[in-house]
Structures are given as C-alpha cells and as structure tokens.
Design a protein around this ligand. Structure first.
Ligand code: BG6
Length: 460
C-alpha cells in the first residue's frame, strides 16, 4: 500500500483530540493505513512532537474504540509529527512545504479542523505547497457563516483543488444506523412496501441532546440549532429516510428529495416552525447576554412528491433536553381507529437498533387490544459494537480510498442553506419569538401546536 499522509489543521483542537486521532488509531489497528502512514498535526501551540504526543495520549486512552496497550500506542505515535505554525500567515507555508518533503503519497488528506474564517488562508497556503501533492480536502461544517461566504469558500477550494477532491464531512452520514436505513428498507419487503403515504401517517426525525453549548458558546451563538443541526445533519437524515432509491447516485437522489420539499416561501410559518432557547443559555460562556439564538428547533415539513404528498415530517433538535435521543420514528396509518398505530423506530443513538410497536389481543380477554413491542438492540451486542466503526473512522477511510459517495455535495448544501435561511426570515418577519424552555424538558410547549392536527405521538 502506498503511503497515506493526513495533515490536520487544527491539530490542537477538540475535534482532533476527541474524534480524529482516535479514528486514525482505530484505522491503524485495523491495518487500513498501511505500515508507512504519516499524520502531521498543525497548531499554533508551542509543542514539539513529544509534547504533543503526551497531550493526545490521555485523549486517545479515553476515546479509542479498539484495544490499546503501551506497545500499540508507541507504534502508532511513531507515525505522528507535530508542526507548529500560524496558518493565517502565508509566509509560513514555505516551512510547511519543506516539512512535507518525502516520497509521494498514495493519498494525501488535508483536514480543515478549524473555523471557516480560516479556510481561505489554508486553501491559498496549501495550494502553494508543491510537496502537498494532489490533496483531498476534508472540510468540517459549518462551511461558512452564511450562504454567500459558503459560496466564496467553495469557489476558492474547487478552483484550486478540483471539485472532486473536496470532501465536505457530515459525520451523521458515517453513523451505523443511518447507513442502515436504506438496507432495512431494501431488504425487508414488509417495510419497503409500506414506505409511502398509502401506509404512513407521519414521520418524526429527532436529535435531542442533554448537553448544552459547553465550551462552544462563541460559535454556537452565531449558528444556532438551525445552522448547527437542521440544515446539515437533520436534512441529510430526512433525505435518506424519504429517498426514492433507484440504485442511482445517492447524492443526486437525496437532492431530489430536498428539491421536492414544499417551498419555504409562502408557507404557513406558524404551523411550520417553532424555535426555543433553554433557560440559562444567556449565562453560558461567550454567549451574548441578550442573545436570541435558538437552541431548539422544531419543523413540520412536507415533501410534495408522489410518495409523500400530504405526509408531515416532523424534525426536532434541541440542547439541554431531558433525553439523549437520535431516531427516526415512522407512524403507520391505523386500520382500527380504536387501536394505537404501528410505529417503527430506527434508533440511531445512544441505542442503535430497530423497535416496532404493534397490537395484539389483550391476553386472556376476548375483545381488548393491547400494545406489544419488538426490539432489536444492535449495540447491546458486544461483538456488533466492537466491529462497528465510529462515524469519523468510516468517513476518514472513505476519503483515503477516494469514495465520496457519503460526503455532502455542494449543490445539496447550497439548497439546504437557502431553504433554512428562507424559513428563518419568514419566522422573523412574522414576529414569532424564540420561546424559553426549561432545561431537562422536551422543549417549548409551543412546539405542540405544529402537531395539532396530525399527531398523537408528539410529546410521548
Ligand atoms: C455537531 C454539532 O455537528 O453535532 C453539535 O455541532 C452536536 O452541536 C453534534 O452536539 C451532535 O453529534 P452527535 O454525533 O453527538 O449526535
């Protein structure tokens, strides 16, 4: 195997410590990086490689998925170099170029694990480094602060490195159970045959968290839940759930779903979106004391195509909620109005699995109907859990092998940004407020009004 080189800008950031280094360690243990890989972590901190390794050591021990011992870690660390530079200064890239001299790599990944305001400086700097040959660029969201900025950044990146070499990561697309949605549909006729408006009453997609904004108040206060979660992770999840899977290009099929969303313009915004903010948010570090940023968003969307016409898709995300829960719940139409509906839940995290609610005759009674449950918990099984790569592990490996099929394409990002920006503008124009909600709750009570006419599961 040819050498793999991974260059990380933002080498001393949280993402690198928690996700990237553990993912690379796991890949090395699975022998997917070959014997001759290099990880170059770039940061401004005054470390040398030995000091850097002593910092990442404790993170790795906390977050590595696969077994480690002193020998395995020492072997992995021999592939890591720390390079200190101020990546906003173009004159410092000459030194980086010299540092990267060496045999040609099979794949060179350049990871922008930094805020988008630094993207352009890195793009110009890296494109002036001849020793960083044909790099594949991995970008973390947000891809910009707004649509205009995102367009400019994309143009600079694509014109220098080629559109096919830009990998925009949405780590939700690396999650095991999100990958599983299509497999579950495709391989179970009883599910696929019922996957449309004829049998389905509504769809709920939730990503609730118990954590708040933690140390990221500065970024989060500018982004809010709509940009942080909805326009990327949740619209991705919606498009995968509602896909017309014809076996064609996945990204094109996802985009077709989004393009069928009922246009934001002219929608009844009161019945389409509710935003909330958890109590105490304004006292979080680096958050404006009068901030109106939403930490909760709930949307009721419609996909105007033959399969989904008239079926509401509820999307919910919030910080500091009572439960940690990422899932897709499909509620089926009832045959008997007196019985509960069948509900199929694809659990994405923390539990990974599939859960089905159905009805049976109440045992021992002649007429009563009772609700029964079937549950398959995938990550309760040790073997399955150990064999399941983490989202970042999967995404990094896809990039190394040049497989861009599960990365976000620019046209989809552009569409999502515009859609969400339009909804937010309507919300503001209608004078709707960002409703407070108690920490540990299910979000603001006002969110209930979105489901007034169509749903009974809403706040269970
Ligand atoms: C990130 C958001 O993209 O996703 C965070 O910026 C959020 O605010 C995180 O907490 C959730 O990811 P996961 O994998 O923990 O569900």
């Amino acid at each position: 195997m040819n050498r793999t080189t991974v260059i990380i800008f933002g080498g001393t950031g949280d993402l690198t410590y928690r996700k990237l280094i553990p993912a690379l360690y796991n890949l090395s243990q699975r022998e997917l990086l070959g014997d001759d890989f290099f990880i170059i972590a770039i940061g401004r901190r005054d470390y040398d490689t030995a000091a850097y390794i002593s910092v990442i050591d404790s993170w790795l021990k906390q977050f590595a998925r696969l077994r480690f011992d002193g020998e395995k870690l020492a072997a992995f660390y021999r592939h890591i170099r720390y390079y200190r530079m101020d990546f906003t200064r173009q004159e410092e890239y000459e030194g980086l170029n010299a540092f990267c001299a060496g045999p040609e790599s099979g794949a060179t990944l350049v990871y922008y694990a930094v805020a988008p305001q630094f993207f352009n400086a890195i793009t110009y700097g890296v494109s002036a480094c001849p020793n960083i040959r044909s790099p594949r660029i991995i970008l973390e969201k947000p891809f910009g602060a707004d649509l205009e900025m995102a367009k400019l950044l994309s143009y600079a990146l694509e014109s220098r490195f080629g559109a096919e070499n830009i990998y925009r990561i949405d780590h939700y697309l690396g999650k095991e159970m999100i990958r599983n949605i299509l497999a579950i549909r495709e391989n179970n006729p009883i599910i696929e045959n019922a996957w449309s408006r004829e049998s389905i009453e509504c769809v709920h997609i939730s990503a609730l968290e118990t954590v708040g904004v933690e140390t990221r108040g500065d970024y989060y206060d500018r982004a809010g839940a709509l940009k942080d979660m909805v326009q990327n992770h949740l619209l991705q999840l919606l498009s995968i759930t509602a896909l017309e899977h014809t076996g064609g290009n996945l990204a094109d099929e996802q985009l077709a779903v989004l393009r069928s969303l009922r246009p934001a313009a002219g929608s009844d915004i009161r019945g389409s979106m509710v935003l909330g903010q958890y109590e105490g948010y304004r006292e979080e570090p680096k958050v404006a004391p009068d901030s109106d940023t939403e930490t909760y968003a709930c949307l009721r969307l419609f996909i105007d195509n033959e399969r989904w016409q008239g079926i509401p898709f509820f999307i919910r995300t919030g910080k500091k909620c009572g439960n940690r829960e990422v899932e897709v719940a499909i509620t089926f139409r009832r045959v008997n109005p007196a019985a509960d509906p069948n509900v199929l839940i694809i659990k994405i995290q923390p539990t990974e699995g599939v859960y089905l609610e159905f009805n049976i005759k109440t045992p021992g009674e002649e007429t009563g109907i009772s609700k029964a449950k079937m549950e398959f918990c995938q990550n309760c099984n040790d073997i399955f859990r150990q064999n399941t790569p983490e989202a970042y592990e999967r995404m990094l490996y896809a990039c190394i092998t040049g497989d861009s099929s599960w990365f976000s394409k620019w046209d989809m990002i552009e569409f999502s940004w515009k859609y969400i920006e339009d909804l937010k503008a309507l919300y503001d124009d209608a004078g709707l407020t960002v409703y407070p909600y108690a920490q540990g709750s299910a979000g603001p009570a006002e969110a209930d009004r979105l489901a007034e006419n169509d749903d009974q599961r809403w706040r269970e």
